[in-house]
Design a binder for this molecule. Structure first.
Ligand code: CA
Length: 232
């Protein structure tokens, strides 16, 4: 289960993050709305832990924009008592649950597990492009119906590209997607992983191509996308 924690208080983020890792969660941390948006665009998360008072805005804005776009990922708001106010009462903003600081990590972990058990969440999403698909929860890549063996770093890269199929994914978005794997995200490492991913997809007969936008990033194109680009 992969969680994203959006919290600008570093000490608190560190202690919550460590507590949840100890409880068996995979957790990425961001301190601003802007970095949270980047991470959410690039990777799949099963749950969002969200502080409201952030340096570049109110966490509520993020919830509203996600819900407007039909993103159903559960959101657990963590907030100081004086940040609670009327806004959170009734959870009508689209948050699924909230906890008032300070709280015990064991309680937070229990609330996370409860939200993740709920049906209708974001589990089981399958991303598709051409004859290629990725089951984001199972981390299974298929071409037609055949399973393709793929290491975690390439799978994370592919996920970021598939989530933005037909559009350019910037290098910083790719950094964010790979950050969770605690792997080397130097530009050379990304390029090398991209080359391996290209070869692997070609060998598996995937009808997609990864294009390079020099100095900007990469995009995953299906034959349909390419025809549209060629003809204007
Ligand atoms: Ca804060």
């Amino acid at each position: 289960m992969r969680l994203i924690l959006v919290e600008d208080n570093e000490r608190l983020a560190e202690s919550i993050g460590q507590g949840l890792v100890d409880e068996g969660f995979v957790i990425d941390r961001c301190g601003t709305l802007a970095t949270a948006r980047q991470a959410l665009a690039a990777a799949h998360y099963d749950l969002i832990l969200l502080d409201l008072g952030l340096p570049d805005g109110d966490g509520m804005e993020l919830i509203r924009s996600l819900r407007r776009r039909g993103v159903a990922t559960p959101v657990l708001v963590i907030t100081a008592r004086d940040g609670l106010g009327d806004r959170i009462r009734g959870l009508d903003s689209g948050a699924d649950d909230y906890l008032v600081k300070p709280f015990a990590t064991a309680e937070l972990a229990a609330r996370c597990r409860a939200l993740l058990r709920r049906p209708g969440g974001s589990l089981g999403t399958v991303l598709e492009a051409g004859n290629l698909s990725l089951d984001v929860a199972r981390r299974e890549v298929r071409v037609d119906a055949r399973l393709v063996e793929m290491p975690p770093r390439e799978t994370a890269l592919l996920e970021a590209l598939l989530r933005n199929s037909g559009r350019i994914v910037t290098k910083s978005a790719i950094d964010a997607a790979l950050y969770a794997l605690h792997s080397d995200v130097s530009p050379n490492a990304i390029d090398a992983a991209l080359s391996r991913l290209r070869r692997r997809l070609a060998a598996a007969n995937a009808k997609v191509q990864i294009m390079t936008a020099h100095g900007i990033g990469y995009s995953l194109m299906t034959p349909v996308d390419q025809a549209a680009t060629d003809h204007g």
